[in-house]
Ligand binder design. Structure first.
Ligand SMILES: NC(=O)c1ccc[n+]([C@@H]2O[C@H](COP(=O)([O-])OP(=O)(O)OC[C@H]3O[C@@H](n4cnc5c(N)ncnc54)[C@H](OP(=O)(O)O)[C@@H]3O)[C@@H](O)[C@H]2O)c1
Length: 379
């Protein structure tokens, strides 16, 4: 825990939240919003807001489930992604979501009231190539309100219908972790049967990487700081496991697992701090998927000293490819949802909290005990 002050500040809002209770007028909704994110403190408070109204091209979603991702730890650490650059912008956090269409605005024909849907992380990226300048204008929880709310207003273009086989809680894990892993595994790395891949840690993205890579028939390894979590991963289908705490040079263990040949794919969900080991662990023609961005360590640090002194030689002589991975498009999310239904793949949920327990959920994330996803059941 890097910033105990922030944690106390967040915990301090619990009383206010319980005082608000669950009773609210029909035309208002309960939401959590981030408060003052300057000066080393950050707050998350439950307030009432007017129920949203769908404008042209928009939909009001009754949110049934939301959940936590690595970036949401920022709420406890006072890192200013919620509310952007300004102070006290009262942003509703979280991008995980699943719910029911309540109403549609003018011109919306893709969905109708009653449809069960999820909304993709970047709803302006429907298909084709990513364009940062135009498509990052809606980033839920960061530059527009997210889904830690009883209702949310979203662009209809970002919505994907979900099958009956998925609960709202399961479906809510797909717009961020599930989609990012789909993009990394199925769209970019494309491991083939017989290839060996390794995914780092047992967080939301990494566990999905394991599931999608197994779906494609690869031999899949996974790392963790915990032998108990690794035992669980074996039960869920991992072919081999490495404890990165007891084996910090996990790249050597990975080479041993491949008879010295190296890994065909590394899913680097940690970030730059693991890049050198990922390169050392790779086989000729290996692909390294660079996914990790926000800190995933309990200390709050991400970057260990990065040597990379043999970077050009390693990259060129082994003909490696490093691919930055950014969540994914709506088309990719549609494909992931179809695959989930067809292959009966179940997202791995560690724990589900109620809407009144959002702060407990954040604190549970902070102690690092989870495997896969933490979900908030909103309705
Ligand atoms: N590029 C994108 O579009 C995109 C999208 C989503 C997420 N991300 C990024 O992907 C990363 C993971 O996100 P998440 O939501 O899946 O995180 P998460 O659910 O919070 O999981 C984090 C996990 O990281 C593992 N970890 C921590 N330090 C590690 C290390 N040194 N080596 C290996 N594993 C380590 C831990 O696994 P154990 O508990 O098993 O030790 C922990 O459970 C974050 O940096 C996030 O910002 C990027």
């Amino acid at each position: 825990m890097s910033n105990p002050l922030s944690r106390r500040a967040v915990l301090g809002t619990a009383a206010a939240i319980s005082a608000l209770g669950s009773a609210h007028a029909a035309n208002t909704i309960r939401v959590y919003e981030s408060g003052d994110s300057g000066g080393g403190t950050v707050t998350l408070r439950m307030v009432k807001r007017p129920a949203p109204v769908a404008g042209p091209g928009q939909v009001v979603m009754k949110v049934h489930a939301t959940g936590l991702n690595a970036r949401d730890r920022s709420l406890l650490r006072g890192v200013r992604i919620y509310g952007g650059a300004g102070k006290d912008l009262a942003r509703i956090p979280f991008d995980d979501n699943a719910g029911v269409v309540l109403s549609v605005g003018a011109g919306v024909t893709r969905v109708k009231p009653g449809d069960h849907v999820i909304c993709t992380h970047f709803p302006l990226w429907t298909d084709g190539a990513w364009d940062d300048a135009t498509m990052s204008k809606i980033d839920f929880g960061v530059n527009v309100d997210g889904f830690c709310a009883e209702q949310a207003v979203v662009p209809a273009d970002g919505l994907v219908k979900i099958p009956d086989s998925l609960s709202f809680e399961q479906a809510s894990t797909l717009p961020n972790a599930g989609l990012t892993a789909w993009n990394a595994v199925v769209v970019e790395a494309q491991p083939r049967p017989g290839e060996t891949v390794l995914t780092l840690g047992t967080g939301g993205v990494s566990v999905f990487c394991m599931q999608w890579a197994k779906m494609l028939g690869a031999r899949v390894g996974i790392t963790s700081s915990s032998d108990n979590k690794l035992a669980r991963m074996k039960q869920l289908g991992a072919d081999f496991t490495i404890n990165y705490r007891t084996t910090p040079n996990w790249n050597e263990a990975a080479l041993a697992q491949t008879g010295g040949k190296g890994l065909d794919v590394v899913f680097n969900t940690v970030g730059i701090g693991e890049m050198e080991r990922a390169i050392k662990a790779s086989a000729s023609n290996g692909r390294i998927m660079l996914i990790g961005a926000n800190s995933v360590t309990l200390s709050g640090d991400n970057a260990q000293p990065v040597g990379l002194k043999d970077f050009p030689r390693n990259m060129i002589m082994r003909r490696l490819r490093v691919q930055g991975v950014l969540v994914g498009s709506r088309k990719m999310l549609e494909d992931a949802v179809a695959a989930i239904a067809e292959k009966n793949i179940k997202p791995i949920i560690d724990k589900t909290y109620s809407f009144d327990q959002v702060i407990d959920a954040l604190n549970y994330m902070e102690i690092g005990g989870k495997v896969g996803k933490i979900v908030i059941k909103v309705a």
